[in-house]
Write a protein of this length. Structure first.
Length: 332
């Protein structure tokens, strides 16, 4: 049986589960925010057995740990729901205990073949490690600097007319009082303007900056178990504040997508990159310059891809389903 670990709001597993279900391949979806309210579970270790079972109390579907042949560790969230309301302190304690159990369980099954990994995904999210591995497999990468000193950022920026400022991990802030979420996108900054920024703007955080690279267009490359799906994103037709610098801003402003014939060398570099990090899946963001150079920006080890499938017709969900099923079939 295939175990998919995710959350209720995640739509990406839906077409994969549909594909598998149509072929009568058993799947168990674990929505982790509802661990305590939607599931019954038990992990045991004694002289007879070491393993676990989980049952969805609404559907009656049950999975035994020994029957899991492949895992898609997709987008688990911390447990948030409780069957009974207690004091705030008790509620927090119970949820933290459930989170601890969930982490332990995911570590326990870490050696089962998986797309997504509690062990490797976190490590592979390091932008510094990504640059090292990308260079090792032959990618060109932007010049990059992390620092909490204005002096370092100014020295770095002095070599370029413009740089880009990027979030490291936290790309949004929720203003709970006003029920509004603010997003931090990649921002193009004139190097000359940095001198006017107060010192405390640098010392109170960590700045992540790169050399600004002119784009002909951008690529979103999704790799599923060495099967490569390349999508061209024509972001340069947009205004700077509507997707030209960071294409994520351009969803509502006419971004154009099309299937892209990726050179064999870049395909090989993408697959080698994932192999180096022990991953079976990754979403690469790459710039193609006016000189037709391919510049690696980053690789999300568990990135979004469904909108690419919907825009281009590329069968990414089918590739994920087939990868999970092919490993399962090996154990039958």
């Amino acid at each position: 049986m295939i175990l998919i670990i995710t959350n209720k709001e995640d739509v990406h597993p839906t077409p994969v589960i549909q594909y598998l279900s149509e072929r009568q391949i058993p799947v168990f979806r674990l929505n982790t925010e509802s661990l305590l309210t939607d599931y019954q579970f038990c992990w045991r270790c004694d002289s007879q057995v070491m393993g676990f079972r989980i049952k969805n109390i609404h559907t009656g579907i049950e999975i035994q740990g020994a029957d899991i042949t492949a895992v898609w560790d997709r987008r688990p969230e911390e447990p948030k729901e409780l069957p009974f309301d207690n004091s705030t302190e008790i509620n927090n304690h119970n949820l933290k205990e459930a989170l601890g159990f969930l982490r332990f369980l995911r570590y326990f099954i870490k050696d089962i073949w998986s797309i997504g990994s509690i062990v490797n995904d976190r490590v592979a999210s390091s932008k510094m490690l990504q640059m090292r591995v990308a260079r090792f497999v032959g990618f060109l990468v932007p010049d990059t600097c992390f620092s909490n000193r204005k002096e370092d950022i100014m020295k770095f920026a002095s070599h370029y007319e413009n740089i880009v400022l990027k979030p490291i991990e936290n790309d949004s802030v929720l203003d709970e009082k006003n029920s509004k979420e603010y997003f931090f996108y990649t921002r193009k900054v004139s190097s000359n303007s940095i001198a006017d920024v107060p010192e405390e703007a640098f010392s109170q955080t960590v700045s992540y900056v790169q050399s600004y690279i002119e784009k002909q267009y951008e690529l979103r490359i999704t790799v599923v178990n060495n099967e490569v799906f390349a999508c061209k994103i024509d972001s340069q037709i947009l205004d700077e504040d509507k997707g030209k610098i960071d294409w994520r801003q351009g969803y509502d402003y006419g971004l154009k997508y099309e299937v892209y014939d990726l050179p064999w060398k870049i395909e090989e570099q993408c697959c080698s990159y994932l192999d180096e990090l022990g991953l079976n899946f990754g979403c690469f963001d790459i710039i193609v310059t006016p000189k037709n150079e391919y510049i690696f920006l980053e690789c999300n080890p568990n990135g979004q891809w469904l909108w690419i499938e919907q825009e281009t017709g590329m069968k990414i969900s089918e590739a994920i389903a087939e990868s999970l099923n092919s490993i399962s079939a090996f154990y039958d």
